[in-house]
Design a protein around this ligand. Structure first.
Ligand SMILES: NC(=O)c1ccc[n+]([C@@H]2O[C@H](COP(=O)([O-])OP(=O)(O)OC[C@H]3O[C@@H](n4cnc5c(N)ncnc54)[C@H](OP(=O)(O)O)[C@@H]3O)[C@@H](O)[C@H]2O)c1
Length: 258
């Protein structure tokens, strides 16, 4: 084919534009609620990508057991994220202008499902303090360090399908998860010009220990934490100018008995 024909082919069938994926290797992440379930799956998936992960949770023993599987890329941090002073002092003593965080996954969560006249004050406070206050304490302390980072940063907030719709007995939990939705929407608009992405991930039922003592029955066809972790890693790997601001994940057939 002569040159003119090649040029015509190129105009008619141009190469697809290839966007560079964000490289995760050697990035620094904070994952709350890393001692079990989805948080532990995030930690595993990120360490496998070469990310240094600070895993936060109250149960230090479980975190240390996870470190023995994952190695030194996982750093256990025993912390109750509902205590502001603890979150603030850990952040200030861990990060400096030469050691900056890139990824924050606000995953730790509490859920109690009771009708309004049966939901205890303790359960209400646990949900608001963990799901909302904890997320604010981490985000407000980490964002100043992310703003110092010349590479792009990403905050992932784990909401829920119950932050999009609700059910009987979920008034407290849905209050917190709708709150996460609003927080994430405002934050993505606030931080986009600082090169910080914010994504709200709203999963349906996941096969973790979450339902123990929660007041609702798990079913037999739930989402798997490793699948969600792999999917979130792919969101983190999107090119710099590509934002997934919000996403809902559901089991296709939640009622199917396998
Ligand atoms: N499972 C589901 O069906 C489902 C569906 C939609 C959304 N979600 C959301 O997914 C997230 C992860 O839940 P999961 O299913 O993985 O449940 P999980 O296995 O019960 O994990 C919850 C994690 O949060 C940590 N945590 C709770 N309170 C904390 C506190 N005050 N300070 C620090 N860490 C705290 C727990 O660790 P310690 O006890 O060691 O502190 C644990 O690691 C939650 O935000 C949940 O709302 C779950």
């Amino acid at each position: 084919m002569d040159g003119i024909v090649w040029r015509l082919v190129f105009v008619l069938f141009p190469e697809p534009i290839k966007l560079n994926k964000m490289k995760l290797e050697e990035k620094v992440a904070i994952v709350t609620g890393a001692s079990s379930g989805l948080g532990a799956a995030f930690a595993m998936a990120l360490v496998a990508k070469g990310v240094v992960v600070y895993g936060l949770a109250r149960n230090l023993e479980k975190l240390t057991t996870l470190q023995s599987k994952l190695g030194n890329g996982f750093i256990p941090v025993g912390m109750d994220i509902t205590h502001y002073e603890g979150v603030a002092s850990w952040t200030q003593s861990t990060f400096t202008d030469s050691h900056l965080p890139n990824i924050l996954i606000n995953n730790a969560g509490a859920g109690y499902f009771n009708k309004i006249d049966e939901l205890t004050l303790e359960q209400w406070h646990a949900m608001v303090n963990t799901n909302l206050n904890g997320m604010f304490y981490l985000s407000s302390n980490i964002v100043p360090f992310m703003k110092m980072n010349s590479s792009s940063c990403h905050i992932i907030n784990i909401g829920s399908i119950l932050g999009k719709t609700s059910r009987i007995g979920a008034a407290g939990y849905s209050t917190s998860k709708y709150g996460i939705q609003g927080f994430s929407e405002a934050l993505f608009k606030e931080l986009r010009n600082d090169n910080i992405k914010v994504t709200c991930v709203n999963p349906g039922s996941i096969d973790t220990h979450f339902f123990e003592d929660s007041g609702i029955e798990p079913h037999h066809n739930m989402l798997q934490p490793d699948d969600i972790a792999a999917f979130v890693v792919s969101i983190l790997e999107t090119p710099d100018n590509f934002l997934v601001d919000e996403i809902t994940l559901r089991p296709l057939n939640p009622k199917r008995v396998t």
